[in-house]
Design a protein around this ligand. Structure first.
Ligand SMILES: Nc1ncnc2c1ncn2[C@@H]1O[C@H](COP(=O)(O)OP(=O)(O)O)[C@@H](O)[C@H]1O
Ligand SMILES: [Mg+2]
Length: 338
């Protein structure tokens, strides 16, 4: 039995998803015999001890503070002891290494990847550089930096399209959840897409458009891989609405793939996990160009969605683990150390 600090909510667009995941994890860890302290981080970054009876979880309650460097969790005059942290946080300030750094300083074990893999997986350009170096095929891409781009937007886009073809996908380098991402065709539309992505940060990734199936693999420390799943998006691509709003988007487990392709994509996922120095868990996402280059890695998510119907748990459930066993395993992995 461990005392688990369950951190959820956070300052990203995936705040709600995180709150939903937290309820499922809270119940599962309780079932496994752990004592769970739910702490919600609101959209301003404030920490709150949450009343676990109040469903769905919301980041509100009694104000809590984490003290550094000793990592004590303080609520008024109370000092709430805990053994391990489960940060079910997505995107910036949660999944990008910053929160992981806080718990490194505090000397507290935590579920999931450490500072380095979290930070580099969050940057779509750096992550692709590492995949290429590791010999894991990925789509062609170019980086656009705001300051350079503004000096010659049209010239930059013309040269990009020459290299990448058209349409392209335009993404802020350091977000998740499809925010700020667009598919664009032709010089004017691509310029608009870059302007949009630049609203979220100075660094933008422009990729060739891949026409293929979307196959994902869940990985646990080891690395061990689950049977792959496939995204069937309600929209033309897996945009924010298709991910979170449209109930007709569907995640199929196991993905319908020949045995040899299953083995291949699982091996690629394990290699990607190792290449970023992954630990604990990750979901590795691929495109599958059936009549072309085969599997192309798109990204690694170091804290994937974790609701009971999210892809990551569904893939493990499809591989013979229960949701509660999975949550318990993650806590055990964290306590075992790197
Ligand atoms: N190069 C591409 N070609 C085709 N579709 C893409 C490409 N890049 C992204 N997409 C689509 O956009 C979605 C979101 O992009 P992704 O890179 O996964 O960003 P996020 O980190 O926000 O999930 C993907 O799931 C896919 O549907
Ligand atoms: Mg994605």
């Amino acid at each position: 039995m461990s005392r688990v600090l369950l951190l959820f909510g956070g300052r990203s667009a995936e705040h709600e998803v995180s709150c939903t995941s937290a309820v499922s994890i809270y119940d599962a860890l309780g079932e496994a015999g752990h004592h769970v302290i739910p702490v919600g981080i609101d959209r301003d970054g404030e920490w709150w001890i949450v009343d676990s009876a109040h469903r769905p979880f919301r980041a509100e309650g009694r104000p809590a503070a984490l003290r550094l460097p000793d990592g004590r969790l303080l609520v008024g005059d109370d000092d709430l002891g805990y053994d391990v942290v489960f940060p079910v946080l997505h995107g910036p300030y949660g999944e990008d290494g910053t929160m992981q750094g806080v718990f490194e300083i505090a000397g507290k074990p935590y579920v999931g990847c450490g500072v380095l893999p979290s930070a580099l997986a969050m940057d779509k350009d750096i992550a692709k550089q590492i995949f290429e170096t590791a010999g894991i095929p990925t789509s062609r891409w170019r980086v656009v930096r705001g300051s350079e781009y503004r000096q010659d937007p049209t010239g930059t886009v013309v040269s990009l399209l020459k290299y990448l073809g058209s349409p392209v996908f335009v993404k802020p380098a350091e977000l998740g959840s499809s925010v700020g991402i667009s598919k664009a065709e032709g010089v004017t539309a691509v310029q608009e897409a870059i302007d949009e992505a630049l609203r979220y940060g100075e660094k933008v990734v422009v990729e060739e458009f891949i026409s293929g199936r979307e196959i994902e693999v869940a990985v646990l420390g080891g690395p061990r891989t689950a049977l792959p799943g496939e995204v069937h998006s309600a929209g033309e691509w897996y945009d924010y609405d298709s991910k979170y709003e449209d109930a007709s988007s569907d995640f199929e487990v196991p993905a319908r793939l020949p045995e040899q392709s299953v083995a291949e994509v699982r091996a690629l996922a394990a290699r990607a996990f190792a290449a970023i120095e992954g630990r604990g868990l990750a979901r590795v996402d691929f495109f599958f160009e059936e009549r072309g280059r085969g599997f192309l890695i798109n990204e690694v998510n170091t804290m994937p969605g974790f609701t009971s119907i999210s892809g990551f748990p569904k893939m493990w459930m499809g591989t013979g683990m229960t949701y509660a066993e999975l949550c318990n395993e993650l806590v055990e992995l964290a306590l075992d150390g790197p």
